[in-house]
Design a protein around this ligand. Sequence first.
Ligand SMILES: Cc1ncc(COP(=O)(O)O)c(C=O)c1O
Length: 437
Amino acid sequence: MKDFISSVVYDREIIDTVFEASAGAIEASKKYGPENVVNGAFGTYFDETGKLLTFDTVYRAFDRVDDIQKARYAASIQGSFEYQEAVKDWLFKSVGLDIDCQVIATPGGTGALSSTIKNTLAPGETVIHPDIGWGPYKTIAREQSVDIEFYTLFDGEGFNLESFKTVCQSVMKKQGKVVVFINDPCQNPTGYTMTDEEWNQLIDIIKEISEDGPFVLVHDIAYIDYNLKGESYKRIFERFVGLPDNILTIITFSVSKTLTAYGMRVGAQILISANKNSLNKLSNACCNTARGTWSTVNNGGMRVFSDIALDKTLKSKYMEEKQTFVLLLKERADIFVKEAEDVGLPLYPYKEGFFVTIRIDDQIIKNELHLKLKTLNIFFVNVYGGLRVAICSIPKDKLYGLANRIKIALDSLNEPLTENTSENDNTLDNKTSSKHA
Ligand SMILES: Cc1ncc(COP(=O)(O)O)c(C=O)c1O
């Protein structure tokens, strides 16, 4: 007999490891008092007093957006004209780049990634992800009935170019086309940022593979505004200009992190290619997806971003305010990373950004440690290959001594259990179904 729901949708209850770990931390805070809990689960920025960070420059500018602008639909499905200009200004013009591109407004970076997968791959085709990456990438692919292959992210302390190349070559051979994700800078969950030389070599690999078919590079820049180099990082986009016709780059941008406006749901896809015909077709397809899925993006959100991006004085005030928190993240990271080194707690190579990940290759030990830490009121997210420590949500005073507490907990684990005890293990680490949390 037929069911109410479609036979092709994924109907298992969603267990989002971030939301699940965060709920545990909230409950423990209520029970034992927030001062006794280390909440390293939230992927949003909390200040030193434990309050969700909201930039004053952003929210006072939002107060000035008039009611009509907040209430109305955006002027275009593609996003308001000033928003499209503001995104180009933010990413390119501010560092002297004049890049011919199409900007399509989306609900957050998630909307941008989802529309990208839907409009570049047919159901049953394969997208390529890093093995250590943001959990919802997998959900996004599954929603479009797209399969996933993984490249190994690290080779020692650096990006694994060899694995990237091998996996892309093999997928190109099988399906005559490649769609691959890179999340850089301030990668989630490790805090790694690729070097200039790694980017140079990556582009050479892409050029070589694109000789055999269309190559779509998806560059997820969700945390770009928290990199330590600052604005000059954005010169990286120059590399996407003048590439062969067979290459199309889609930058996915998230206003959520940039403005500390996660709930506002504003983001963008930025399409760049020398192949204008394909670029226009893809842009049309993405606009159709927008119309048929979310319609238009939050107009008040696009307006406040545009107001800040296009007003020199406001932007420089915002930059100043944001920089304080970029530096605070560095201070937090310095405490944790240095202490981890001192006590011998292994970490993936961290450079900058919201997250550090403890490296634990043995899945059983990792799950055991995750549970053990919960009993100590320490909450992290269980990810492929380790535990993600959201330094964006842990104040400095709770970071002092934390690495040592974790190391003691790790060392205290007895013989690993033979059974897997993770509460949602079937969504984790099972090579075929998931490498993500
Ligand atoms: C790596 C990465 N990409 C994209 C996103 C999308 O964020 P949003 O949809 O809130 O803009 C996130 C959010 O956590 C992320 O961590």
